[in-house]
Ligand binder design. Structure first.
Ligand SMILES: [Fe+2]
Ligand SMILES: [Fe+2]
Length: 137
């Protein structure tokens, strides 16, 4: 890549901020799941870029050598974020494939049987009217 590491890292930060902004507005786990996976992909690339020797380490070591220890602490947080996100993805998937899938299936079944019920009532009414017409004519 021709871009310098710092520009790439800052570009990543903008892209991640955009995904986080979208994530905040989502209330449906089914919609959330692909966005969490998108964030997972973006973060794993981004963390790798920051952790490369020529990534943040070189930038900080050359510009602010006193901050190298702080940088090590910050980079150590990557693993924690990755684990938290993996856990959240698993919980969201369990919800979408478990309780949420059950709710959607039950909603579809209820809808179908209620339609059927109403149709049988309508047929019954129609029969009754025809029977009545037949009697009065
Ligand atoms: Fe970052
Ligand atoms: Fe980072």
């Amino acid at each position: 890549m021709s871009k310098n590491p710092r520009a790439s890292i800052e570009e990543d930060h903008d892209a991640i901020k955009e995904v986080l902004g979208r994530m905040q507005t989502i209330t449906d786990p089914q919609v959330l799941l692909p966005v969490l996976n998108e964030l997972r992909g973006a973060l794993s690339e981004h963390f790798a870029r920051e952790e490369e020797p020529e990534g943040m380490h070189e930038i900080v070591a050359s510009m602010a050598p006193n901050s190298v220890a702080s940088l090590q602490n910050i980079l150590a947080e990557h693993e924690v974020f990755t684990q938290r996100l993996d856990r959240l993805i698993e919980e969201t998937r369990a919800c979408v494939e478990g309780p949420q899938a059950g709710i959607l299936r039950e909603t579809a079944e209820l809808t179908e049987s209620l339609h059927d019920h109403e149709e049988r009532e309508t047929a019954l009414f129609t029969d009754a009217v025809f029977t009545d017409l037949g009697r009065s004519s």
